[in-house]
Design a protein around this ligand. Structure first.
Ligand code: NDP
Length: 479
């Protein structure tokens, strides 16, 4: 059988491949190694440099408190001072809400720390699927092993939570009831872990790609592959904290409705399903995470740490918080609308899951891995047979089959549609639950710009060729 591929000079050429012949492994060329070395050095300041990141480090917590206060105490309206004379009283009112309802009290420390310790314990002891990561240039192209046990840990967490709830040891409704307090503790964790990791990394001389600006390096991170025993902290924190909390917040909201009304609304069921799908996808496809940019390129700094510990869990599911504290009549839809919303969610999920899987498995094939994990659910088209690709001068290959034939970021588009549906599910009752999709589109566009810039540097002319074949960044035929 003959399938097209592209030579290092860009010419389209035919390669002969037997249907069962696997994609061959890649080796980084000398040119590629030089480029990797360059990419592992600080190039330019991103995010507005030291001042920009300082503003974000101060701004994120303030924004999180503000949105929570508006949702919780002001019926989801974005409140502002009524006049210039009201500015000081307004700030005093805001502060009073934080002081009284979001203090980092002993209970919140117990709950949040309990989760962190339990998740760390599970990550340490649970059996898992052994996955080899991509070669790490800064470690002389050594690969690291990842014990992917998030799925068993998730099942164990769900059983434990059900047991604690059933036996009234820890009622799941309490998570939503203590939202403000737990959010404050989460933020303190975000700051403490970021600064702590920076100092530990520098003290142990494990830093990489440093800029020399203290605050910028705390924000971007100092270390690339932080580990405690067998646990890769960066990968652990990306899945086991944010998405677990997001899911249990939705479950907490569902329990709340059930206790109050004797039933769970389709809107809340939607959020429980949506958050479970996301969490389960991260766990069932955990072995694909080492192949993502976050793992092999991003460092473990405030940007990632704060967002994992506090940002994602306490800003992504405002719709749940709203529903848990408001009458179902405020966010009721017709049956066809529910059908439309559930269909949109499941379609977007399918594209997201399979596009991520296609690219990750293609990358694994180039590493010589040809048997894949069989976790639930495995969706059709998740693995491409005889995929087409561009062979770059760097050594790596760029996939141009599957969803990746039509868009350079099919995964971002699908992920964003899901985020939008998490807000749409309460309709126009309040705009605050749309924060996730608005914030996320900014993150994705910015991330995409950074990523494309890096790829263009890494692959040079091959990247241009790739862009001429896969013309659209996001939506085929549109943009
Ligand atoms: P991608 O999965 O798109 O990874 C980008 C990298 O993949 C590139 O740097 C390049 O790396 C490689 N690549 C790009 N195109 C190709 C191709 N055609 N063939 C082979 N390799 C290619 O992005 P992310 O890692 O940023 O995101 C992963 C997922 O995480 C996304 O679905 C995103 O939506 C999600 N996400 C979710 C967030 C949230 O808060 N909900 C936050 C951030 C991300 P190289 O060539 O160097 O290997």
């Amino acid at each position: 059988m003959s399938v097209p591929s592209y030579g290092t000079n860009g010419e389209l050429r035919q390669r002969s491949v037997a249907p069962e012949e696997p994609v061959k492994t890649v080796t980084t060329t000398d040119e590629g190694r030089k480029m990797d070395e360059l990419l592992d050095k600080h190039q330019t300041y991103e995010f507005g440099g030291p001042w920009g990141v300082t503003a974000m480090m101060i701004g994120f917590p303030i924004l999180m408190y503000y949105l929570w206060i508006c949702l919780w105490f002001y019926d989801g309206k974005l409140v502002i001072p009524t006049s210039t004379d009201d500015i000081v009283p307004f700030l005093e009112r805001m502060w009073a809400h934080v002081r009284d309802d979001a203090s980092p009290n002993a209970y919140a420390w117990k709950v949040y720390t309990g989760l962190v310790v339990y998740q760390l314990f599970l990550a340490w002891v649970m059996p898992g699927y052994q996955q080899e990561g991509l070669p790490v240039p800064s470690l002389g192209y050594k690969t690291l092993m990842y014990n992917c046990n998030a799925l068993y840990s998730l099942y164990a967490t769900m059983i434990t939570a059900a047991g604690l709830h059933y036996y009234h040891i820890f009622r799941l409704t309490e998570i939503i009831d203590n939202y403000g307090h737990i959010m404050s503790v989460a933020m303190i964790y975000g700051f403490a872990v970021s600064f702590g990791m920076y100092f530990i990394t520098v003290a142990t001389s494990n830093e990489i790609r440093m800029s020399g600006s203290f605050i910028y390096d705390v924000f971007m991170g100092a270390c690339l592959n932080p580990r405690i025993g067998p646990v890769d902290l960066k990968m652990w924190a990306e899945v086991r904290i944010p998405w677990v909390i997001v899911f249990f917040l939705a479950v907490s909201g569902g329990c709340h409705q059930y206790e109050q009304y004797g039933y769970v609304t389709p809107n809340m069921a939607f959020m429980i399903l949506a958050t479970w799908l996301y969490l389960n996808a991260c766990a069932k496809g955990e072995e694909c995470i080492p192949q993502t940019w976050d793992m092999y390129h991003e460092k473990w700094g405030f940007m990632v740490i704060f967002w994992n510990f506090a940002g994602v869990p306490f800003t992504y599911v405002y719709s749940v918080v709203y529903m848990a504290s408001h009458e179902p009549s405020k966010y009721q839809f017709s049956t066809p609308t529910y059908v439309f919303l559930f269909t949109t969610l499941l379609t977007a999920y399918y594209i997201w899951d399979t596009s991520m899987s296609q690219k990750s498995r293609f990358k694994m094939q180039t590493q010589g891995i040809h048997t894949f994990r069989n976790t639930f659910p495995q969706l059709p088209w998740g693995t491409l047979k005889n995929p087409e690709f561009i062979q770059t001068a760097h050594g790596n290959r760029l996939l141009i089959s599957g969803w990746w034939r039509y868009s350079r970021k099919p995964n971002y588009v699908a992920d964003w549609v899901m985020s939008f549906s998490w807000g749409v599910i309460i309709g126009g009752a309040t705009i605050i639950p749309y924060f996730y999709s608005v914030f996320f589109i900014t993150v994705l566009v910015h991330r995409c710009g950074r990523d494309f810039e890096r790829c263009s540097m890494k692959y040079g002319k091959d990247w241009e060729r790739y862009c001429s074949i896969v013309k659209y960044k996001f939506i085929p035929g549109v943009y």
